[in-house]
Design a protein around this ligand. Sequence first.
Ligand code: KIV
Length: 304
Amino acid sequence: MSKQNESTPSSITVPVLRAMKDRGERITMITAYDAMTAKLVERGGADIVLVGDSLGMVVQGKSSTLEVTVDEMIYHGQMVARGLKHVHLVLDMPFMSYQVGVSQAVHNAGRLIKEGRAHAVKLEGGAEYQELIARLVRIGIPVMGHLGLTPQSIHTMGGFKVQGTSTDSANDILHHAQALESAGAYALVLEGIPQELSQMITQALSIPTIGIGAGRECDGQVLVVQDLLGMDMDFKPKFVKAYESLGERIPRAIQKYRDEVRAGIFPGDEHSYFAKTPLFRPGDSAGSERASAALEGERELHKA
Ligand code: KIV
């Protein structure tokens, strides 16, 4: 596993992402929550890895993101950073880590950067966070905004529902998007809104928009990695495209393993170690010498 040092800068930086928008190059963001997956996501060519607070649902099996803590974000951020070499790493600010006040929010964002190895933080909400965002940006913490279907407001929205479907609510989201840009946000996630609205926002802003369930007119797209790999056979919302069907393939592989264990087929000779000398038998006075020789043989095998 390659290691990302705390001080390793990303080669996909905030200015690079802005330039991608200017050149019309679409940005790909994918979530990851552990080192192995992060390594695979980077190898697949993603521009941004997001440690989303979706980990509360995807990894912890909870019904919302509300219980995720700053410490949990840091724990997963560290794991993901160890799997990455150069990809831009964003960590979500979890619920109630930035709502209480600017100074607590600055403290928590700082922890996500210093301890969680993030290059930037993402937070849900609009104009009400202008002061906070401006402060974070001034002290060198890039902020990605998140508007539309904001899962931390599940109780206000009455569930995971598409937002901005009326003229008033669409205008409201557009104004919040402009407020985030003027506060200094460097990118904006648009989740669960009509394509017509995300197109309008994308054209109105100079910072990149990254959509999920927001149509194809955004400057980039984000998906939860388990969704794009088709791992959960019971979760198939309209906005997800599964590029694999691991939810079927993984159980098939596990079944095959179980069947081979039961039938005594696995492990075969090719997966087994063999002693180079006759092994120790109880009561055999020369046994311990031969046992050490066999152990030595085993060590050599591990080196090979
Ligand atoms: O938490 C998350 O994974 C997210 C993305 C779905 C945008 O916020």
